[in-house]
Design a binder for this molecule. Structure first.
Ligand SMILES: CCCCCCCC/C=C\CCCCCCCC(=O)N[C@@H](COP(=O)(O)O)[C@H](O)/C=C/CCCCCCCCCCCCC
Length: 215
């Protein structure tokens, strides 16, 4: 595991990354988008081995996108918009057939995009929760409403088991490294609309190009 994945999680830092990923023209910078996910993986890694398979998948997907960014085609992968244009223009996406480009930027980002919807729903539940509400239930409900429909039975069962081991709400708030519960709620109040905006821009772009069901 890379050093950066072992570092302490900080919600504020994740928020900054997702903030920086939006250009004034509302393009989404992939580097900052990935950096937001890397920040989240730090939290995942602190939750124990039951979350290992989720962390592994998230790391692998961020790595695929980082590799594109560092490749000779890197400039085309600067934003989600330029990546979609480049991969579609050059027929690098499995729009019709399955399995030719199993690691295209578009399908890889789509997986993270779907996970962003889960995150948005989960954080909104956390933000409006009461002290003794169960994080496992909030997480499960957000998952069932979003990512679950894209996952196999086995993944759904494994994710469900991992959710049971989530820390209780006060301990979870501690891990966020923000301060008092009131401060956490305040930061979550800023994070949710921001994630919502990033999600919506991506959703509309993918919808326009018929990319929402990429295999
Ligand atoms: C204030 C912060 C609090 C929340 C912190 C959350 C930290 C979460 C960090 C990362 C989330 C994981 C993102 C996972 C991406 C999953 C992408 C995906 O759907 N992959 C599946 C499909 O990929 P392909 O096979 O088509 O390439 C893949 O099959 C999935 C594998 C792993 C299972 C993913 C389960 C996701 C459950 C939602 C995350 C729960 C984390 C709970 C932590 C509070």
């Amino acid at each position: 595991m890379a050093d950066s994945e072992n570092q302490k999680f900080c919600l504020q830092e994740v928020l900054e990354s997702f903030k920086s990923c939006l250009s004034p023209e509302k393009e989404i910078y992939i580097e900052h988008y990935v950096s937001g996910w890397k920040g989240l993986v730090k939290l995942l890694n602190s939750l124990g081995s039951l979350f290992g398979f989720i962390s592994k998948d998230a790391v692998s997907k961020t790595q695929i996108l980082m590799n594109f960014l560092k490749s000779e085609n890197g400039p085309h992968y600067a934003t989600v918009q330029s990546m979609v244009k480049f991969e579609l223009d050059n027929k690098l996406v499995d729009v019709d057939k399955k399995g030719i480009y199993p690691e295209s930027g578009c399908r890889t980002l789509l997986r993270l995009h779907r996970a962003l919807r889960w995150l948005q729903l989960f954080l909104e539940r956390l933000r409006t929760s009461k002290e003794d509400d169960k994080t496992s239930v909030m997480c499960r409900d957000a998952y069932n409403e979003s990512l679950a429909q894209h996952h196999t039975w086995l993944i759904r069962k494994s994710a469900g088991m991992a959710f049971y081991s989530l820390p209780v709400r006060p301990a979870f708030f501690e891990v966020m490294n923000v301060g008092t519960p009131e401060q956490v709620v305040d930061v979550l109040g800023k994070a949710v609309p921001l994630l919502c905006e990033v999600y919506q821009i991506t959703e509309e772009l993918y919808q326009k190009h018929n990319l929402l069901d990429l295999p």
